[in-house]
Ligand binder design. Sequence first.
Ligand code: BGC
Length: 720
Amino acid sequence: MPEKRTHSSNDVNLRAADLVAAMTLDEKIRLVHTRLGFPAMGKNKPEGAVGSAAFAPGIARLGIPDLQETDASLGIANPENVRPGDHATALPSTQLLAATFNPELARLYGEITGKEAHDKGFNVLLGGGLNLTREPRNGRNFEYYSEDPLLSGRMAGQAIAGTQAQGVVSTMKHFALNAQENGRVQANGLIAEKNARESELLAFEIALEEGQPGAVMPGYNLYNGEYASENAYLLNELLKGEWKFPGWVMSDWGATHSTVRAALAGLDQQSGEEIDAEVFFGDALRDAVTAELVPHSRLDDMVVRILRSLIQVGVMDVREADPVDYEAHARDALSIATEGLVLLKNDGAVLPLTSRFNRIAVIGKNADKGVLSGGGSSQVIPQGSIREASPQQNDFIRTTVWHPSSPLKHLCEKAPHVEFTYADGEDLNEAVRISEQADLVLIFGWQWMAESFDAPDLNLPGVQNALINAVTEVSPSTVVILQTGGPVAMPWLDKVSVVLAAWYPGISGGEAIADILLGISAPSGRLPVSFPAEISHLPRPQHTDPELSNALPFAEMRQDICIDYDIEGADVGYKWFERTGQKPLFPFGFGLSWTQFSHSGIEIAEQRAENVSVRVCVTNCGNQSGTDVPQIYVESHDGRFRRRLAAWHKVTLEPGETATLTFDVNARFLAEFEPDTRLWKINAGQYSIVCAQHAGAPGIRTSLTIRQSSLAAIPELQLK
Ligand code: BGC
């Protein structure tokens, strides 16, 4: 794919400053608020809008293009079919992408969305969602990455960089602590600075360094008592101050609440203004600047930030649109989906399916037609999708969408010797009847999740658990394939032979599942989130009342629901389970392959100041080729912190083959944030460096002595 031109930081700043100097007050105001880019709230699509989430007219006399903004991370959305008949590649969920543990695939993923955005006429992609999975019931976990700051930060950063390499600005969102959908507009996340800096904010900091997004979108939620979109600590102090973010902060849709307060706290642009109570950044901002309630220099700063990112990313360089190569992108989606499927159980080596199974029953809703996708503003609806009325009815999610990639069809094509029978599972008796006549049963379980609501619990909806239980009574071997937006409970786990987590696998998902089941591809995904054994093990078993969910208009909804995130603090996910001694159903980082691996010979390869690297030998000790994901965790001996993922590799080995791998331990994960000095400090003392197959495994370890405390050198944002 053609890469965009790069510009030096100096050029960019000068060009942006020159443009602002040439702009009138009205022209500046025009750039700092966007309208919805599709017909909504009684208004038509704005003239000139390509048609998507938002639009602001450019300034032709200065060569400033229109802002054409589109959702989102999983592909290019087409809200209300505003671009009649236009479709796009539906990529697997970013949660599946995180399960690949493969930053190169994250880069490719971002390139695909960036390229399609560009070729459809968009120049800002509202991608880059990376809130940590603190709440497994969160309806948007599928749009995020993981529970770990390093994995989330790296993968999201690479996806953002991939998008921007196509000359399209990417956001990074929803900054910060937008951890749940129930009551998301009222949720007031309370967290101590140290806890936030070592978890959620660390993920954002890493993504910012790796991806250098042109824009940042704060969440709907409140953060320590202030809306994230007008939170001076988050925006001015941290993002623009300490982290030196040079781009612009755009509000989420319906999340601008004021003019002067928001402008002074660091918000640079009001988005989708029709949803807010007022056009806060239109005439009201002009009046506030004229009355010197907002300094003119602050308005200039807003505009410079927008222009700077457009110039930096290459939006201002005209590049012709190419026709989208959907076939090539579907092939890429297949590679990503295949690497992100996680094999959780494979008793008796039932997989890969071999010629011993001649009669296979396939059971599950729409398994003959397609694979499930998550709903909300990120929804991509490729041609041929199956749309059903959704159980939740609101502006985001009137339909549930299944992507047209049928697992059954691919299984039939790839295993012509097998006699497949199918039942959708609605009728338990029919499902049992076809199971009785089969050598093996494949059950496709599903859990539909979407923006604007959370799951009530971790159960597969409806009769699915009963269905799986009933089938296991008569089937010699049961394989469960899960299409979910995150962790689910498996009360039937002991009775089934195989569990394969397929997340929302996207436009080539059915083929990816068939390939793994049949052994055409080997599983290599690892869990990006812990699967809890029980809701009671979570930091907040009692979840926010769904009745407090969002009905527009957002503006009327200030009614704080305090959520105490200091319960787990920085110990999100696996760190929480370790602290509380609860054994999860499946731990973070877990995943099987067709073969087994052993790790040996762990030693410190190099230790210079804070730079530590560690060497480990990884051997494929089984009899098939396979891919391992050895994970390096650090632990402090004095209990200052528990296990933290600090590095990983993904390596493919033939049977008997050994690779000696060197891992650079990310110094941030040896360090602690000190709220008083606001510095990252590596304390003198003893640490363990552990290489493990997953967060719950003892692994092999070596000790590390830090003789002298030091400050961790945090990479400066290296803006070109
Ligand atoms: C979502 C954002 C999205 C925006 C525009 C909001 O509902 O929270 O993630 O980018 O809509 O569609």
